[in-house]
Design a protein around this ligand. Structure first.
Ligand code: F0G
Length: 483
């Protein structure tokens, strides 16, 4: 990694790239932001991007591409079957992960669809995971399976200084296998790193232990590599054994442990798409037939050839530490600035984004009034920054109709890779610090339209009182005619 020391001032992350294509942004006045968030049912997924200043909803499909990626898109080989583009991507995956087989899918959840249709053999079979992701759990349950989460206890503690909070608890894994019986376990899935608990990484030491136990019991080990890029950076800087190893060596060490790997290429590889890779012919043959049924022919799987070319280069660039460190370094910077101002966040900072701890930020709001959802609305209102609720709204209800209260109430402020500048991050920090000082003005939310499955995507909510107007009035009092 480029080692840069500063003569004066604090050490700040320095981008090892320059920006050559830009997109103009607009910041609406707060009164118009109030109108927009109302129309969106206080659901940031339903905001129009034209009403958003800094889009920190997700890093999915919105990472900045490099000049090499853009150039590669021009040489894509447009053919339904046997595209040269596909073979280039397949070769790159083989080179990086050293896996023989590749099944292309249109995105990560499409890979989850295929995997779960094939691996959940009977109702009640269980998928063990360090932690669930929304779609990875939904695909287990629609196929009649159950999910058990075995993350270490510290993983769901908001504040910690543990370097690998995404690790699976080995005692819990052994206990679950003894209790359920290996034959009733569909697979053990390690999300590398974990999305919903704050982008927290998993150590290779932990993966080794988990995969060895799987092997002993004949259980399939599955890696969700969607957030791999950030995790690789943390393996390098936080896991002593890998300090002097290249990112490629770290990737290959990790990949060699698992039976099956899948990924969302909207995150991994700075593109849009997905795939399943393995060295196990039996597993590959089992899943292969579902690709033409759900995705498209075997040599594109629902991806455009242009995206596949971009992905091939993006995967190559993921092996460059100066490329993959930008996200984690900016996230750490944002986290430190927020901590200095007393704002409660998830620590240590992980990958994907900076995660505000809404459980603490809005202690005065009942959890049944959706603390993280209310904070998402308030942050948008105050700053035009769009984050994503990752708390109780993102959980579907219990069978008895009661809310399934999330372990954590987070507002995720994703930092898509190479997209935002330092001053934009500082602006977001400034507005969030103001909001924290006026947090007592923020109230709760209630559902007015609620889908049964994955309700967070399309559900609509409303404020439980006139708190949004009060927040607008306070903003005007403090900021005058500022946007
Ligand atoms: N696994 C993980 C860990 C993810 O973060 C995602 C997507 C998926 C699987 C599904 O992939 O979107 O390509 O179908 N995460 C996005 C996010 C949606 O915003 O965090 P997908």
């Amino acid at each position: 990694m480029a080692n840069i020391k500063y003569y004066v001032g604090d050490a700040i992350p320095l981008e090892m790239h320059k920006v050559r294509i830009i997109q103009k942004l607009t910041l609406l006045p707060i009164e118009e932001r109030l109108k927009a968030i109302r129309e969106a049912g206080f659901n940031t997924f339903l905001l129009k991007n034209r009403d958003v200043f800094l889009d920190m909803l997700t890093d999915s499909g919105v990472n900045a591409m490099s000049d090499r990626q853009q150039a590669a898109m021009l040489i894509a080989d447009d053919s339904y079957a046997g595209s040269e583009t596909f073979y280039r991507l397949e070769e790159k995956l083989k080179e990086i992960f050293q896996t023989k087989y590749f099944l292309p899918t249109h995105q990560g959840r499409a890979a989850e669809n295929i995997i779960n249709r094939c691996l959940i053999k009977k109702p009640g079979d269980t998928a063990l995971m360090n932690y669930h992701f929304t779609t990875s759990k939904a695909h287990v349950t629609v196929n009649g399976g159950l999910v058990e989460e075995l993350i270490i206890d510290a993983g769901i503690k908001e504040e910690s200084d543990l370097p690998f909070k995404g690790n699976m608890d080995i005692d819990k894994l052994n206990e679950a296998i003894a209790r359920l019986g290996a034959e009733n376990i569909s697979y053990v899935r390690i999300e590398v790193g974990t999305n919903l608990v704050g982008g927290q990484p998993v150590s290779i030491a932990n993966m080794r232990e988990v995969c060895a136990i799987c092997k002993k019991h004949g259980i399939i080990s599955l890696m969700d590599a969607s957030l791999l890029a950030d995790n690789l950076y943390f393996n390098k800087v936080r896991e002593a054994e890998f300090k002097d190893k290249s990112i490629l060596e770290i990737t290959q060490t990790m990949a060699g442990l698992f039976d099956l790997i899948y990924f969302s290429a909207r995150k991994l590889g700075y593109g849009r798409g997905g795939g399943i890779i393995t060295n196990d012919k039996r597993l590959n043959d089992l899943m292969k037939e579902l690709v033409p049924l759900y995705e498209g022919f075997m040599t594109y799987g629902g991806m455009s050839v242009r995206e596949m070319e971009a992905l091939t280069i993006g995967l190559d660039e993921t092996m460059d530490e100066d490329m993959i460190n930008q996200g984690p370094l900016f996230i750490a910077f944002m986290a430190e600035e927020l901590l200095k101002r007393g704002v409660p966040i998830i620590t240590p900072p992980g990958g994907l984004g900076c995660h505000l701890n809404a459980m603490k930020f809005l202690e005065h709001v009942p959890q049944t009034e959706y603390r993280a959802g209310a904070l998402a609305g308030a942050v948008y209102l105050t700053s035009g920054v769009r984050g994503m609720e990752r708390g109780t709204v993102s959980e579907d209800r219990n069978p008895d109709g009661s809310d399934h209260l999330a372990n954590l109430e987070l507002l995720r402020l994703a930092l898509p890779r190479r997209v935002f500048t330092m001053s934009q991050v500082k602006y977001a920090v400034d507005r969030i610090a103001w909001l924290y000082d006026h947090r007592h003005l923020i109230g709760g939310l209630k559902f007015i339209e609620e889908p049964k499955v994955l309700r967070f995507f399309l559900g609509r909510l409303d404020a439980t009182s006139d708190w949004p107007q009060k927040l607008v009035a306070q903003f005007r009092a403090d900021f005058g005619d500022s946007l």
